[in-house]
Design a protein around this ligand. Structure first.
Ligand code: PLP
Length: 393
């Protein structure tokens, strides 16, 4: 395979990439510049909740692009108001600030919490070891990813790291300076490590008793990924601040910071951004929400997630691998050794896109519209890649 026809060196080399240039996508499938077809179980890192190039999103974008692309966030626009109304009703929260990326939504959540705490001189936010909240300086500082530790020093101060599923470790970090606790209900980048439902309930009680805000980063777990529209709907609690991204735009850059009336304290001049609430992106968001919020759609995600988990568990038993974890269509499989990058490369060569958040873990995040037949096809391709890497084939 050659990519000589493309100016590959014109892009900043920020990550290792395989030698393929993608030119087309449809549903669970991608095609590269040589016409090779791939089954995609990464989907833009859990972004394409309706698969590649979904008709409803393409139509919404085409129609909106002929009506109004952007009037500036200094004016109301109809589409962002409709989407904000849908999101507040569905989330049980009250006010939305749209952003262009998940990191920007989390940066906004951090600013909102600091603004809220400033009334009593509190600014510290408790986050978690292993957490990933984005790549702006503040969200990298909030993250608990080991690889971030030496980077871009000095970090933004004001984040203390607790251990996931260990309430006492949170309690120990609370001081008069603390304003909020922020977490992903399932740590995706750390290898799909779920907070237990009980831990999330206990955290809700603790933050209420201590007068702290609870911030849920549902950028990866939201928009139906775990079989409910929002992960906290499994648990029966509501956070004070919620961030959404990835699936929200169905592939288009759209994210949101959503807050309860109590927490929503920005005043004029505190927050903004040129493209925020852009009608074009919000039209995509509305099209996505129409599909994903339907109970039948969410039931199918839960059912297909269960089927994928079963298929992975039987593959794992067959090859003597580790446990399968996660919820809905955000799953991971542990490997006995650090061979995940080799398996990802072998799968890629065989026409399957997989992701390895850690060297000993494979992550599965297909389109929410994935079919049982595609899950079977993925299982067969993965089986082949495992045989090649484990030396059995
Ligand atoms: N938060 C979580 C939980 C994520 O998984 C991600 C991205 O992977 C982000 C935040 C950052 O979102 P973005 O890459 O859109 O800035």
């Amino acid at each position: 395979m050659t990519t000589d026809a493309y100016a590959i060196s014109a892009l900043m080399d920020i990550t290792p990439r395989p030698p393929a240039v993608f030119v087309k996508g449809e549903g669970s499938w991608l095609w590269d510049h040589e016409g090779k077809r791939y089954l995609d179980f990464v989907q833009g890192w859990a972004v394409n909740c309706l698969g590649h190039a979904p008709r409803v999103v393409a139509d919404a974008l085409a129609e909106q692009s002929r009506r109004l692309i952007t009037p500036s966030p200094a004016f109301y626009n109809e589409v962002s108001l409709r989407l904000a109304g849908r999101l507040t009703r569905l989330s049980g929260l009250d006010q939305v600030f749209f952003t262009n990326s998940g990191a920007e939504a989390n940066e906004g959540a951090i600013k909102l919490a600091r603004k809220y705490g400033a009334r009593r001189g509190a600014h510290k936010i408790i986050t978690f070891e292993g957490a990933f909240h984005g790549r702006t300086l503040a969200t990298m500082s909030a993250s608990g990813k080991k690889a971030f530790e030496p980077l871009f020093e000095p970090k933004v101060p004001g984040f203390a790291k607790a251990a996931l599923n260990d309430l006492a470790s949170v309690e120990r970090l609370i001081t008069p300076d603390t304003v909020a606790v922020m977490l992903e209900p399932i740590q995706g980048e750390a290898g799909v490590l779920p907070a237990t439902d009980q831990f999330l309930r206990d955290l809700r009680s603790l933050t209420e008793q201590a007068g702290l805000l609870l911030i849920f980063d549902e950028i990866q777990t939201g928009i139906g990924r775990t079989g409910k529209l929002l992960h906290y709907q499994h648990v029966g609690i509501t956070p004070d601040i919620l961030t959404l991204g990835k699936g929200l735009g169905g592939g288009v850059p759209l994210a949101a910071l959503i807050a309860s009336d109590r927490a929503s304290c920005f005043e004029h001049g505190d927050q903004g951004g040129t493209f925020n609430g852009n009608p074009l992106m919000c039209a995509a968001g509305l099209a996505v929400i129409e599909q994903v919020s339907r109970p039948e759609f969410l039931a199918a995600v839960a059912a297909n997630g269960g089927y994928l988990a079963d298929r992975l568990a039987s593959l794992s038993r067959q090859h003597g691998l580790g446990p399968v974890r996660g919820r809905g269509l955000l799953l991971a499989m542990s490997l006995p050794r650090e061979i995940a990058p080799d398996i990802v490369a072998a799968a890629f060569a065989g026409g399957l896109l997989l992701n390895a958040p850690r060297p000993d873990t494979l992550r599965f995040m297909p389109s929410l519209t994935v079919t049982p037949a595609e899950i079977d096809e993925m299982t067969a391709l993965l089986d082949k890649a495992l045989r090649a890497c484990l030396g059995k084939g």
